[in-house]
Design a protein. Structure first.
Ligand SMILES: [Zn+2]
Length: 333
């Protein structure tokens, strides 16, 4: 994959990409169907703006074919010389999951740094994984604006506003490697297994690890066994960690949990001053780390928590699915 600024020679390919994105209900400012002429006119104007130094338009190429693009708007108000905005980020449908989108964002961030920009902002429609994509790249959500824009295929949709400081260490600031995260997540998955085998409860496991890499608390769901609506895996693990450390604050600790935390657990993590949360499967019904609520990153808290999601997500999700299938008397998938 090669990433470089686009030129007038790319207008046809850029227009095709834009038309494809709009046809797939991607929110990039246009309605479906988008006429070729209108798409071409948009890119001609955008390229003229790039020539004036107001924006940078990058393209991602695979085997000389343009498979993605993203724009960095540089021209801001005089009071915002340090800010730039990410916009018109799109990848061809055949390239989903290839890392083309993340590579484009990384190149746009580098371009922003080169232009001495320290703050990036963007908005993304609250659909089809777009918001998860930015969260995974270290962008923080400010919240949703309902009925912000019409989706290309019709109907008003919400938009989520994101920002990222380029001065901060960024998305993976803690220095933990993916291998460390996966090792601890395996530990949490083993605890989830015990929820089923020992208590026949929903398989969610959590482990609290101190800044120097020592387990200070473990837990799995114990709601039924303890007649306790608050006995989620995370609460059980944090309770044990607090007792073990003799402190209600778990400063600098990382909490690994197999499922995206709910609102109750997310707030307990904020109260405990947990430094970082790593979770496996997302919970589209009650998740409070971005799926339904985004409590861990809410700027209104005086403590914010770094979040890494999707670690061994498939394995964690499969365990839950199999558990519920077994409950309904079906065989595991
Ligand atoms: Zn919970």
């Amino acid at each position: 994959m090669q990433i470089a600024p686009v030129t007038h020679a790319d207008i046809d390919a850029l227009s095709t990409l834009l038309i494809e994105t709009v046809a797939a209900n991607g929110s990039v400012g246009f309605m479906h169907p988008l006429a070729e002429q209108e798409a071409q006119a948009f890119w001609a104007q955008a390229l003229a703006s790039a020539a004036r130094g107001e924006r940078i338009i990058l393209g991602a190429r695979q085997d000389d074919r343009l498979v993605g693009t993203g724009t960095l708007l540089l021209a801001m108000a005089p009071s915002q010389p340090h800010r730039a905005e990410l916009t018109k980020v799109m990848t061809s449908p055949s390239m989903r999951g290839s890392g083309a989108g993340a590579a484009l964002i990384a190149a746009l961030e580098q371009a922003a740094r080169d232009h001495r920009k320290s703050l990036l902002t963007l908005d993304a429609a609250v659909i089809d994984g777009a918001t998860t994509f930015y969260r995974r790249l270290g962008y923080r959500s400010v919240g949703d604006i309902p009925d912000y824009a019409y989706k290309p295929l019709g109907g008003l949709g919400a938009t989520r506003v994101f920002w990222k400081s380029l001065d901060a260490p960024g998305g993976q600031g803690s220095g933990n490697t993916r291998a460390d995260d996966e090792r601890w997540m395996r530990h949490a998955l083993a605890l989830a297994e015990r929820a089923v085998s020992e208590d026949n409860e929903i398989p969610v496991g959590a482990v609290v690890v101190s800044p120097d890499g020592v387990v200070v608390g473990e837990g799995w769901n114990r709601n039924i066994a303890e007649h306790d609506p608050s006995a989620h895996a995370e609460i059980v693990a944090m309770r044990r960690a607090g007792q073990g450390l003799g402190n209600h604050r778990l400063v600098g600790c990382t909490l690994y949990v197999t499922l995206e935390p709910c609102a109750m657990c997310a707030m307990a993590m904020v109260h405990a001053r947990i430094a970082r949360v790593v979770y496996g499967a997302t919970d589209p019904k009650t998740g409070a780390a971005g799926s339904v609520f985004d409590l861990l990153a809410d700027p209104r808290h005086n403590h914010r928590i770094e979040v890494t999601d999707g670690v061994l997500a498939e394995e964690a999700g499969m365990r839950l699915t199999n558990y519920f299938r077994a409950k309904r008397g079906k065989s595991p998938s």
